[in-house]
Design a protein around this ligand. Structure first.
Ligand SMILES: [Fe+2]
Length: 275
């Protein structure tokens, strides 16, 4: 049997196209693994600097995902909420604030002002990820906004507050109340439920409060709390070699004045998002 040149050329073209598709898929998977490794590194940095906050953000992420699923949000929205929940307090991880939070004295007005800056600090820290996750810095910036417009830093109202921030605000408040800090004792679940109910439609999006307190959903939250309570940060094993031989050596913005500025000053972020 003889094979025509045309048939050989067609077979060659098909093989080349298949090769391109395989390489594209390999690149996509390598990019995904690289992005996940970068985000896990940031989470490890939170754990290493303040394990209490590391445990808090994990619980808040678990409760937020339960809320997102209960509200039948899309997978994309749930992933966005998960990222905002995990990194919402990244602006608290610096020495001055950790000293304030760990001090067992009552908070002074100056302490409160310093703590109130953490959404802006966090959004600035996460700004380099905005090109990939445009809603991450905004969600973090807005997690202390209030439904009635009396929150900070921008006084956003109602649905102008990003969805992720409205979900995280409910989960964050419940967790902050039920897990004490040095300056504040942990409250029983009933007290935290009452605080959420009192803030329904003033501090919080009423739909998410209703969902959170709906008994089957609330039971899931309590189960997640128990599971994460037993969680311990694993001892990280150093891996030898690379997961992916094609990970590029990258140029990134670590030096002022080279490849762009290192991030916007806080005042720019506040102005941009002010309405
Ligand atoms: Fe916060």
């Amino acid at each position: 049997m003889t094979v025509s040149r045309a048939a050989l050329a067609a077979a060659g073209a098909t093989a080349a196209a298949a090769g391109i598709l395989i390489r594209r898929e390999q690149t996509r998977r390598a990019t995904e693994r690289f992005a996940a490794a970068a985000l896990e590194t940031v989470l490890n940095a939170i754990d290493a600097n303040d394990p209490e906050t590391g445990a808090h953000v994990r619980r808040v992420a678990a409760y937020s995902l339960i809320l997102g699923e209960a509200a039948e949000l899309s997978e994309h929205e749930c992933k966005s909420i998960e990222r905002v929940a995990l990194f919402h307090d990244i602006g608290k991880i610096h020495e001055a604030l950790i000293d304030i939070v760990r001090d067992d004295q009552p908070l002074t007005p100056a302490d409160r002002r310093a703590i109130a800056k953490h959404p802006i600090v966090g959004a600035n820290v996460l700004e380099p990820l905005s090109g990939f996750y445009p809603d991450l810095a905004d969600g973090v910036l807005s997690h202390h906004e209030r439904w009635d417009g009396k929150g900070y830093p921008n006084g956003l109202k109602g649905r102008r507050i990003p969805l992720s921030a409205r979900v995280v605000a409910v989960a964050d408040t419940f967790d902050a109340l039920t897990h004490g800090r040095r300056y504040r004792d942990a409250q029983p679940n009933d007290v935290a439920r009452k605080v959420l109910l009192e803030g329904r439609g003033t501090q919080f999006d009423p739909e998410f409060v209703d969902l959170f307190l709906f008994p089957p959903i609330f039971d899931k939250v309590l189960n997640a709390e128990r599971e994460i309570g037993a969680w311990k940060a694993p001892v990280q094993k150093r891996r030898s070699g690379s997961d992916d031989e094609n990970v590029p050596d990258i140029t990134f913005r670590w030096r002022p004045g080279r490849n762009g500025a290192r991030g916007q000053p806080a005042s720019d972020l506040t102005r941009q998002t002010a309405r």
